[in-house]
Design a protein around this ligand. Structure first.
Ligand code: GAF
Length: 390
């Protein structure tokens, strides 16, 4: 989610208070977290694996029923409000779409909803690549499920939230962000197979190191159009392979040999895109072995290699992200770093030795400020639980 205004992060208590001032007591209050992704970037929509986790920053949504067909939304952090009618749901091109999109998908799936009031806010930084949009979509789905007793399970809500983003917001994203927000588990990462949707929680102890997010404070506007383009380029690569090997359904089924034989001779750019995905797929599986063996140094090295691929082959990085990854490389306390999420701005994710965290943040803020003239917000995050009622 992006907005041009400065945010005032709301606590869950503030959302409860604001809701009761505007609409009376809230019937349901739900929190849904943002996410990080350790490794496995741009693999979800290629049916590969991802390794995300829910974080300790969340969006809170409060809702109550109305007696008419009106949907009355209020964003406490911007602040801004929006009125819509249940029977005329149209995209606005702005934040209401994350809520209205979920409503539209649920109704399309045949669930009966009525009008409702909704207030939301939270401390997931907006437009920073921590999935504030997925957090709002998942919180909305969960809250409406409770409010209208729809009887949905978590996976159905995840799919409705993803469909809202695909069909209403217009970003052809994979399932990772919504899945991580809904299924997150404290102190665990989720190894998710995006083809079968089988998943496993892997303990992530952060023994001696921390996850540090460095926020470039930029979000280049071509983000969503380039994202959709990458997805198309991957599909083009698959189509080239399928001319010879019809059993290959997605890049999940492809290897470098196939790319060299059937894609490289036809189109160098498509080859580069597909090569990144195929290499990242292997890298993630290796990183899971590193995690199991407790070898965070090897894990971190793979993160640097992921960044290199995202920057040079997949070309979804930007000068600010490259600068941050390049500069932290020389810090002895940094085990690994890379851009995180869709790209073209947002955060880098860094694994940093505990005793190096403070100095790294100060040093990078200084270097980044000198280089770009911008602040560098930093977040030392912990891994929390997924969507829940509060
Ligand atoms: C964004 C998308 F929403 C995810 O589905 C995923 O593709 C990610 O970019 C890149 O790994 O966060």
């Amino acid at each position: 989610m992006s907005t041009t205004t400065t945010t005032r992060p709301s606590t869950a208590e503030a959302i409860r208070t604001v809701f009761s001032e505007r609409f009376g007591n809230a019937a349901v209050i739900v929190r849904s977290p943002g996410r990080v992704n350790l490794i496995g970037e741009h693999t979800d929509y290629n049916n590969g694996f991802v390794l995300p986790a829910a974080i300790d920053k969340a969006t809170t949504v409060a809702v109550s029923r109305r007696n008419d067909d009106v949907i009355h939304l209020y964003a406490n952090d911007f602040p801004d409000s929006h009125l819509a009618s249940l029977d005329a749901l149209l995209p606005t091109g702005n934040w209401p779409d994350y809520v209205l999109g979920v409503v539209s998908q649920l109704r399309g799936m045949g669930y009966a909803l009525g009008g409702f009031n909704l207030v939301f806010g939270g401390d997931v930084p907006l437009g920073a690549g921590m999935s504030s949009s997925a957090a709002l979509e998942c919180a909305t789905a969960f809250a409406l499920n409770e409010l209208f007793s729809l009887g949905l399970d978590r996976l159905t809500m995840v799919k409705a939230a993803q469909a809202a983003e695909n069909r209403f917001v217009g970003v052809n994203c994979g399932i990772m962000d919504q899945f991580a927000s809904m299924f997150g588990k404290k102190d665990h990462v989720i190894r998710l197979d995006c083809r079968s949707l089988d998943f496993a929680y892997i303990p992530f102890s952060m023994d001696g190191f921390r996850i540090v997010l460095l926020d470039t404070n930029v979000k280049h506007s071509l983000g969503s159009s380039e994202y959709n383009l990458r997805r198309n380029q991957c599909e083009t690569g698959v189509a080239m392979i399928r001319e010879h090997l019809p059993e290959v359904k997605s890049l999940r089924d492809a290897d470098l040999n196939m790319l060299n034989r059937y894609v490289a001779p036809q189109d160098t750019l498509i080859y580069q895109r597909c090569r990144y995905v195929v290499e990242e797929k292997e890298r993630l599986l290796g990183a899971c072995n590193d995690l199991e063996a407790g070898d965070m140094k090897a894990f971190g090295e793979k993160m640097f290699r992921t960044h290199h691929g995202l920057s040079h082959l997949y070309e979804v990085s930007c000068p600010e992200l490259d600068f941050l990854v390049d500069r932290v490389r020389n810090h002895p306390g940094v085990l690994g770093a890379r851009m995180m999420g869709g790209g073209f701005g947002g955060c880098t994710i860094n694994l940093v030795a505990v005793d190096a965290v403070e100095e790294l943040i100060a040093d990078m803020a200084h270097q980044y400020g000198e280089h770009t003239g911008k602040d560098l917000p930093a977040y030392v995050i912990s891994i929390g639980n997924g969507t829940s009622k509060i």
